[in-house]
Design a protein around this ligand. Structure first.
Ligand SMILES: *Cc1c(COP(=O)(O)O)cnc(C)c1O
Length: 446
């Protein structure tokens, strides 16, 4: 087979600012070893997030110019609305300025004290919005999803037996909706199978609970279904997406992910009564229902991006580039989460740096080492991000100590990825020299 190449030519380039190792040591010290405090200009390859960091296409940039900025009834809104209706089959489309704004509106309407929102795994902002409403977010991820070193095709699946048990225990009347995140961002970007969605839907129907999809990475998930699930190899991505959304009563999406946009989001629904309540909140927080916190040009770019993301040469390149980096690291024995997910590579820092106790944050130590070695910026997903402290101040560590390297869409080429692999392998070979870190100051809420 020939090399899978980037399915695009480059029309406009953004220079990378080079730094030396000595400069990066100083920069990191000045940033108190917190990668979020490093100026982006001092980063060579930025793998902090895949959110809002996509490269837009020439068609999207052209769309920016023809964006209709009318306050009400803009042409760009109708393009946005029709595109989402066509993909999801849902008649009601409510724009929002990003994913969490859509979540805030939805959960203000359906959440509240004594309620439970069940999921495979809720993303941080989703959980935060659920909890802010007074409700509780419950993750019921399948067993294989919790084992980073064991490969399985659909590690994002819901544990359906646990779902049914939970509903029986708490009562369907206390569960306003079930939300399945595709792909499972917090669980390594692992996909959910169509079979699993179908089973979840049938349980939800039995108990009268609406099913929602957190659709941030729906196209990546649909491509995994095409590759891995029996019966889908010959189906197109729009066909697979259409089936996936057919089981859902609604969805939320951040357009900063699988819509190649730098900002934006939406809620799509089938229920008009729920839509009226959502629109009422939208007006006081986001804006009029035909722009919802976005400029007309953003709506245009999102509509175009949503169509581009379902093109198979793109998805083949996208999924392959994550696999490619994962395979290179595995060959060098770097411990990584398996199999590769849809948008990021996860290094198991606890396995890589066994000499650093969790109280000294092996994940953050690895993030620092990768930045100093090669100017590569990743993010710790471990005890620094999710750990808690007991009354005596002792760390209650997170389940895993991971470093996430999220790959922005259409931004980096294969040689950039080769460089990233070289940097990681160099750090791996000198891992015994890496030292742990201590917290000097922690903001009360961040
Ligand atoms: C990013 C993300 C969100 C929130 O979207 P924002 O646009 O960042 O507010 C919600 N769910 C998932 C799965 C995400 O990845």
């Amino acid at each position: 087979m020939t090399t899978i190449i980037e399915p695009f030519k480059i029309k406009s380039v953004e220079p990378i600012h080079f730094t030396t190792k000595e400069q990066r040591e100083k920069i990191l010290r000045a940033a108190a070893y917190n990668p979020f405090l490093i100026h982006a200009d001092d980063v060579l390859i930025d793998l902090l997030t895949d959110s809002g960091t996509s490269a837009m296409s020439s068609a999207q940039w052209a769309g920016i110019m023809i964006g209709d900025e009318s306050y009400a009834g803009s042409k760009s809104f109708f393009h946005f609305e029709k595109t989402i209706q066509d993909i999801t089959g849902m008649p009601i489309v409510i724009p929002a300025h990003q994913g969490r704004a859509a979540e805030k509106i939805l959960f203000t309407v359906v959440g509240g004290k004594g309620k439970y929102i069940v999921s495979n795994t809720l993303f941080d902002t989703t959980r935060a919005n659920i909890e802010f409403s007074g409700a509780e977010g419950i993750d019921l991820l399948c067993k294989e999803g919790k084992l980073p070193s064991i490969p399985a095709p659909f590690k994002g699946n819901v544990d359906t037996a646990a779902l049914e048990r939970f509903i029986e225990e708490k009562g369907a009347e206390n569960i306003p909706l079930c939300m399945v995140t595709v792909t499972n961002n917090s669980g390594g970007g692992q996909p959910v199978s169509m079979e699993n969605i179908r089973q979840v839907k049938s349980i939800c129907t039995k108990y009268g609970i609406p099913l929602f999809i957190d659709a941030c990475r729906f196209a990546e998930n649909c491509y995994f279904i095409k590759l891995r699930e029996k019966g889908y190899a010959d189906k197109s991505i729009p066909e697979i997406a259409s089936e996936l959304f057919s089981y859902a009563d609604g969805c939320t999406m951040s357009a900063k992910k699988d819509a190649f946009a730098n900002i934006g989001g939406f809620i799509a629904l089938r229920n008009e009564e729920l839509a009226v309540q959502c629109r009422n909140l939208l007006i006081i927080t986001e804006g009029f229902p035909t722009y919802g916190g976005l400029a007309g040009r953003d709506l245009e770019a999102i509509a175009i991006g949503l169509k581009e993301v379902m093109e198979e040469p793109y998805l083949q390149y996208r999924i392959r580039s994550i696999q490619y980096l994962t395979e290179k690291l595995m060959k060098a024995n770097v411990p990584v989460m398996q199999p590769a997910g849809g948008h990021a590579v996860y290094i198991d820092a606890k396995a890589m740096l066994p000499h650093i106790p969790v109280e000294q944050y092996p994940g953050q130590a690895l993030v620092a080492a990768l930045y100093i070695e090669g100017g590569v910026r990743g993010v710790e997903i471990g005890s620094l991000m999710f750990g808690k402290h007991d009354e005596t101040g002792n760390l209650i560590p997170a389940v895993m100590e991971l470093v996430r390297l999220a790959i922005p869409r259409r931004v980096y080429t294969q040689s950039h990825i080769d460089y990233v692999a070289e940097v990681i392998i160099e750090v791996y070979e000198n891992r015994k020299k890496i030292k742990g870190l201590q917290i000097e100051y922690e903001a009360p809420i961040s």
